[in-house]
Design a protein. Structure first.
Length: 316
């Protein structure tokens, strides 16, 4: 890894259980993160905030993309939302109940603010990518309503690339920041709802973003994993859906109940999660395609503001 510099960092973040909690206290939480930069290129660098999947930060996934991005001229901040809150060793359902989308949104935007303040980063070319649970977060960070909630400045993500994210939240106010969004899924992935995916993609388009909504044929969930043999995960959130109103209230679409605390979140998840499960399988051919889409999308993101259409140079 001589062409990549790496360090563990702590970034100030917030800990809102739901969106309406944000800003109610000025207490900050130190967020655990890993920071990758090109070792052989001079700054300033374009950058990427990497939002982890429910499986946590993995060598084969989040850390792989951190190195990959740095090798292609980007700084990469890999966020560890579960370690930050003491759930890095918890089972997936325990993580999902306790570490909420609002917390992970706070972490992604905290990463944006931290990077934008650094002199070695091109503040106009910071993108967000995410995997599974983090892929859902990556789509949400494209909405102006949520950017405005978490970011007091005009900073925004320049591009968004979502890998196999579940199709849970939709926003009543679907105006976006205008940044391009690439949403990548597998045809054989039963953890997202295809019709709801199309509605979310249309929301983003109607809100002002260019959207690539790509479903790869004969492809399972997490095609960039280390699962060389097909693996079954029994928890399925295909039918889980929430609605976010302009006042930042989160509503369970199935029951109409407002999600305000741990108890209402637990009831929402228990009422929609099934044991039908989904399969995961690595597919290197698809991975090569999504690597190309990733680099193309984040190179285009922010290019107009920075005055260049060229991607950063690759490390030698």
């Amino acid at each position: 890894m001589d062409d990549v510099s790496y360090e563990r960092v702590q970034v100030p973040t917030a800990n809102p259980f739901v969106l309406t909690d944000y800003g109610q206290t000025h207490t900050t939480t130190p967020m655990a993160a890993e920071f990758y930069t090109p070792a052989t290129l001079p700054p300033p660098y374009p950058a990427v905030v990497v939002s982890e999947g429910l499986g946590g930060v993995k060598n084969a996934r989040e850390r792989r993309y951190g190195r990959f991005l740095a090798q292609h001229g980007y700084a990469a901040l890999v966020v560890d939302s579960f370690k930050t809150r003491g759930f890095e060793n918890a089972a997936h359902p325990i993580r999902a109940i306790n570490v909420t989308e609002s917390m992970m949104l706070a972490d992604a935007f905290a990463g944006l603010r931290w990077l934008a303040e650094r002199p070695d980063i091109d503040a106009g070319r910071i993108s967000n990518i995410g995997f599974s649970y983090g892929g859902m977060i990556c789509v949400l960070t494209a909405y102006e309503q949520l950017r405005r909630l978490f970011v007091p400045t005009h900073d925004k993500f320049a591009a968004h690339v979502s890998y196999y994210g579940p199709t849970v939240p939709r926003l009543e106010d679907y105006a976006t920041t205008g940044a391009p969004v690439a949403i990548l899924n597998g045809e054989l992935d039963n953890n997202f709802h295809p019709k709801r995916l199309d509605m979310i993609a249309q929301d983003l388009k109607n809100g002002g973003s260019e959207v690539e909504n790509i479903v790869f044929p004969d492809t399972y969930h997490q095609w960039d994993s280390d699962d060389v043999v097909r693996r079954f995960d029994r928890f399925n959130i295909r039918d889980l859906g929430t609605w976010i109103d302009p006042e930042q209230t989160i509503i369970d679409e199935k029951s109409g109940r407002k999600i305000t605390n741990f108890a209402t979140r637990l009831m929402m998840i228990a009422g929609s999660v099934s044991l039908k499960g989904f399969h995961l399988l690595r597919d290197e051919a698809v991975m090569r395609k999504t690597d190309e889409i990733l680099l193309r999308t984040i190179a285009a993101g922010g290019a107009q503001d920075s005055g260049t259409l060229d991607p950063p140079a690759r490390c030698a």
